[in-house]
Design a protein around this ligand. Structure first.
Ligand code: SF4
Length: 87
């Protein structure tokens, strides 16, 4: 599966997930929260308060809210690009 399809699938899982998928995403989020590659994307200054700022992985550019829901079954290069996640 391409990186693009992987993140689309992850968005779907972020919206409709099992408790197990949620737990995995929360564990990954804790790792991302401490990672120096985590970047806040400032969209508020462009849109006013219409859209909130969001966080992305500075290493791959993916939005973290979806990235952490990446399936554990995809190739490891489509997960954390720095190999910081266990699954
Ligand atoms: S996905 Fe990996 S490299 Fe990216 S912010 Fe999270 S821990 Fe850091």
């Amino acid at each position: 599966m391409s990186k693009f399809l992987t993140i689309i699938q992850a968005w779907g899982t972020a919206m409709f997930h099992t408790e197990q998928q949620k737990q995995l995403a929360e564990n990954r989020s804790k790792i991302c929260d401490k990672c120096p590659s985590l970047q806040e994307v400032d969209v508020k200054s462009i849109t006013g308060s219409l859209v909130n700022n969001f966080f992305q992985c500075g290493a791959c550019g993916c939005p973290i809210a979806a990235k952490v829901y990446t399936s554990p079954d995809v190739p490891k290069e489509q997960k954390c690009p720095q190999g910081k996640w266990e699954l």
